[in-house]
Design a protein around this ligand. Structure first.
Ligand code: HEM
Length: 447
């Protein structure tokens, strides 16, 4: 029997960590840092963070109550909306009630199984284009994953608009995401959003660049200056329902929402999978053979023919959920299990803790490709890489087909080997490998 592989995770102090520590050092920059062993054993935790009462739910039944049973009582928190407002405004991710329902209806058809199927050949093309850039040797695969998913989202939703695939877009977006920890701190302290550090200022510049670029992209479609695409459809539906000024603002908000939510997360899922493949060379060889066979069957339904790779990606997203936490705010008083929740309280859902919880997973920190084989006896709210209930990720099927197709296309031709880089998770909103993911690439030769 081989030894279980335990991929790296942040140190876990034996005792709970004081809340104020969250404002300093790594804990202020990386949301999954500083959680004690206890957080992976208990059902519920309560915290007071600068006047915010936060209920952290670590029991799938309690989570189901919030995300499904009483979903109408739990909305996106004001603080999250304030934080994200300069970037994604009141788009699908950050709206509630009727405005949310209208927007979800507008985009739903574009993410149906049929619509995702229509994108399959494009996933392959984007994956192949990336490989044309590569040569043997060291390569930052986190940056490659980001370039590729950015290309995919630009092609799928924005007619391949070159402004959304440029190197400067990539740099500005990275800066906007980096600047997020400072913005969060200012929001928690209820201070105006005037960043003080160089990172914070670069983040602000990144946001402004992004909004300006997307406003141009929207206006081109508004005035019919470019061929029809997903965004054109969204603009038309919004103009149907709202006065022009509001429709234009919402179109820019949704362009930003889909551009950002649609590529960063998938890039992280791909990066973590490549890291785990490089760390387990034997499994990687097995999956490369599977990928090769799937590709030989034609480019059409690769994602359906890589069953082992699918299990591998599911396990990757358990250990490194690209969205490690998300939150709600109670509209009215409620009781969650035995816990009293007052109107205005924050309820926090943490895939990071839930996915590694001792009660729900055997050997929770170990990688096990067979964990998701068969039906299993999992609670449907214990594995939440894409969230759950009515606000579940609208792009889940798209992202899964995309990630599997890209990974299979790459694996069939290249071997990914560890390059001595110390990999650890980082990030406040999404979970990515700190400092990128340098791997050594070797061209595969099949006999
Ligand atoms: C592996 C990749 C992805 C992961 C892990 C992921 C994760 C999530 C999660 C956890 C949520 C729910 C947040 C909450 O309940 O507060 C969400 C929502 C959302 N995601 Fe994704 N996502 C991924 C890919 C995508 C893609 C490819 C798109 C679009 C092309 C997308 C667009 C959205 C949108 C618009 C929402 C908001 C839905 C709503 O509130 O109705 N995501 N995602």
């Amino acid at each position: 029997m081989t030894m279980a592989f335990i991929p790296p995770y942040p140190p876990r102090p034996a005792k709970p960590v004081a809340t104020w520590r969250g404002f300093f050092g790594e804990r202020a920059r990386t949301s999954v840092y500083g959680w004690s062993e206890r957080a992976f054993e208990i059902d519920y935790l309560k915290r007071d963070i600068l006047g915010f009462k936060v209920h952290i739910l670590l029991d799938p039944d309690l989570i189901e109550h919030v995300l499904l049973g009483q979903a109408a009582n739990y909305v996106k928190p004001d603080i999250v909306k304030t934080l994200l407002d300069p970037i994604i405004g009141r788009g699908l991710l950050t709206s509630d009630g009727a405005l949310w329902r209208d927007q979800r209806k507008i985009v739903a058809a574009s993410f149906s199984p049929g619509a995702v199927e229509a994108q399959r050949a494009m996933f392959v093309r984007a994956a192949r284009e990336a490989m044309e850039r590569w040569s043997e040797g060291r390569q930052d695969m986190a940056a490659e994953a980001t370039r590729t998913t950015m290309t995919v989202i630009a092609l799928a939703l924005f007619g391949g608009d070159p402004r959304l695939i440029s190197e400067s877009s990539m740099a500005h977006i990275a800066a906007a995401i980096e600047g997020f920890s400072e913005a969060r701190m200012l929001a928690l302290l209820r201070l105006p959003q005037f960043p003080v550090t160089p990172k914070g200022r670069a983040g602000k510049r990144g946001q402004i660049f992004l909004r300006r670029t997307l406003a141009e992209v929207v206006d081109d479609r508004w005035h019919g200056r470019v061929a029809r695409d997903f965004l054109t459809g969204v603009i038309e539906a919004l103009r149907h329902r709202f006065p022009d000024e509001e429709a234009r603002a919402l179109a820019i908000d949704n362009a930003a929402t889909f551009y950002l939510a649609g590529h960063e997360t998938t890039a992280n899922a791909i990066s973590w999978t490549l890291f785990l493949l490089a760390a387990q060379p034997e499994l990687q060889e097995e999956l490369a053979v599977e990928a090769r066979a799937a590709l030989a069957g034609g480019a059409d339904d690769i994602a359906e023919r890589v069953e082992r790779l699918r299990l591998f990606v599911q396990e990757s997203m358990r250990l490194y959920p690209p969205v490690p936490r998300f939150d709600r705010q109670a509209i009215a008083d409620d009781r969650i299990g035995e816990h009293e929740v007052a109107a205005g309280d924050i309820v926090s859902i943490w895939p990071w803790m839930l996915h590694r919880h001792r009660k729900y997973w055997r050997d929770p920190d170990a990688f096990d490709i067979d964990r998701f084989a068969g039906k299993g006896d999992r609670h449907r709210f214990q594995y939440l890489p894409f969230g759950g209930g009515p606000r579940t990720c609208v792009g889940a099927q798209f992202a899964t087909a995309e990630a599997l197709t890209i990974l299979a296309t790459w694996l069939a031709e290249w071997r990914f080997v560890e390059a001595g880089h110390d990999v650890r998770p980082a990030g406040m909103v999404t979970l990515r490998p700190a400092g990128g993911l340098p791997l050594r690439l070797e061209r595969r030769t099949f006999g």
